[in-house]
Design a protein around this ligand. Structure first.
Ligand code: ASP
Length: 437
């Protein structure tokens, strides 16, 4: 019998109406056995996520301010859901304990985790599924990192006798019982861990979009949906800013060979996007799968005659960045030139000192700095076998009068990266998209 893990994001469980949709989805397929809920998200654009309100409660206590107003707001969110669903169920005791714990100075991880905990209790009751507290099955080490082996073992043991369960996302506990959370959006990770531990057939990630689109809909009008994407392509696109899934959610399921299906709770009839193994043979090579990009980079271009034969040049250059704890995005090079592409959020105010050290330690003939740059990645698994892809991209950009400042094709031959001015960002994405559609 197939087993499907379903994870529902905050917008999918923001109010009673969304809970009803979730129940219909779960009940429509008996294979949907284990459910991972997030905390209630925003009901509309002006609303707050319960997780944010819980962090706020923690901040109030730390600043010596009473948390009653914010906490009552949280209490109301949950009681609205319970009342509207006409559940014969109360979480008053749990709410009172949480309030007391917060007032006594409980950690911010504990505070944030309670959103998923309470939502999990309600959902388990509503679905008539068993509630499995994530603190018993998601195990963290003392240093705050996940204990993969212990988690896998705990999940496997706990779920082997449970046919249907709700396991709240986002948190777990260390061996002393202290609650620890993943980083924001971490319920995706819980879902992936549960899927991997029981070797599920499919990990469904339910959200408020019908999967990935070929480009950002705020830039391209009505971009085509992506029906299948490989894990490697997804990694390239999400690295360049296209994000629907938490980064750490990919690894456990990828390793276990479990596909992910991104689905829309508000349009369950849509197929969504399947994320599959690179070697999946059901997947046709497409020239272009998606386009994504990020703004605000600085490109430092270094020239030195005979650079190619100077032993240790790049090592010296990169150790300057390492010493200043700056990670670089990309490093295209020529015979006598090398460029460092660095995000402005990494470079911050270290700009001047880095340039001085490059000058003193590497002794180049010239250093040029190009600020306000954007990087655009065009990703497609079929690119390697297709002639003319790069030509098509560059012709489109030339027709749109976009000045390309840098070009890089990763060794995976699945990604062509162009560096352009920030001001040309939108124009660049639109012209590449149009060239292939
Ligand atoms: N509720 C948490 C957050 O808002 C975790 C999640 O939704 O995945 O980040």
């Amino acid at each position: 019998m197939n087993t499907i893990i379903t994870k529902f994001g905050g917008s999918s469980l923001a109010d009673a109406n969304q809970f009803r949709k979730v129940k219909d989805i779960i009940y429509s397929n008996d294979a949907r056995k284990y459910v991972i809920p997030s905390a209630p998200g925003k009901r509309d654009s002006k609303d707050s996520k319960v997780t944010d309100l819980l962090y706020l409660c923690h901040a109030h206590v730390a600043a010596g301010i009473a948390l009653d107003d914010v906490f009552n707001h949280i209490r109301q969110r949950y009681s609205d859901i319970i009342n509207d669903l006409k559940l014969d169920f109360s979480i008053e005791d749990q709410l009172n304990t949480i309030k007391k714990d917060l007032e006594a100075g409980a950690s911010s991880d504990y505070a944030a985790s309670r959103g998923e905990y309470l939502n999990g209790l309600i959902l388990a009751k509503y679905l008539d599924f068993e509630f499995v507290d994530a603190k018993d099955v998601i195990v963290f080490k003392k240093d705050g990192s996940l204990d993969n082996e212990a988690t896998n073992c705990a999940l496997h043991n706990r779920l082997s006798n449970v046919s249907k369960a709700v396991i709240p996302g986002f948190y777990g506990a260390d061996k002393s019982g202290n609650i620890v959370t993943f980083s924001r959006g971490g319920s995706d990770v819980t879902g992936a861990l549960v899927a991997a531990s029981i070797n599920a057939n499919l990990y469904e990630n339910w959200t408020d979009v019908s999967g990935f689109l070929m480009a950002d809909p705020r830039i391209v009008e009505n971009p085509k949906p992506i029906s299948k994407i490989t894990y490697s392509e997804l990694r390239e696109l999400s690295y360049m800013g296209a994000s629907v899934l938490h980064e750490d959610a990919i690894f456990p399921v990828r390793k276990a060979g479990i596909p992910i299906n991104i689905k829309n709770t508000n349009r369950p009839q849509d197929e969504g996007t399947f994320i599959v193994q690179d070697e999946d043979d059901s997947i046709k090579p497409t020239t272009i799968t998606g386009i994504a990009g990020k703004k605000d980079f600085t490109v430092i271009s270094i020239t030195k005659a005979m650079m190619n034969s100077e032993l240790g040049f790049c090592r010296k250059l990169l150790s300057i960045l390492e010493q200043h704890k700056i990670s670089f995005e990309n490093m295209p090079s020529g015979i006598d030139t090398v460029c460092l592409v660095i995000s402005d959020s990494e470079l911050k105010n270290k700009h001047q000192v880095v340039l001085e050290e490059i000058q003193n330690i590497c002794n180049p003939d010239s250093i040029e700095v190009h600020p306000n740059m954007a990087m655009i990645a065009t990703v497609g698994r079929g690119m390697a076998k297709q002639t003319g892809t790069a030509a098509k991209i560059f012709t489109a950009l030339s027709n749109a009068e976009v000045n390309i400042r840098m070009i890089d094709q990763g060794s995976s031959e699945m990604n062509i990266l162009v560096g352009i001015e920030n001001d040309d960002f939108e124009k660049c994405i639109i012209s590449i998209y149009n060239a292939f559609n």
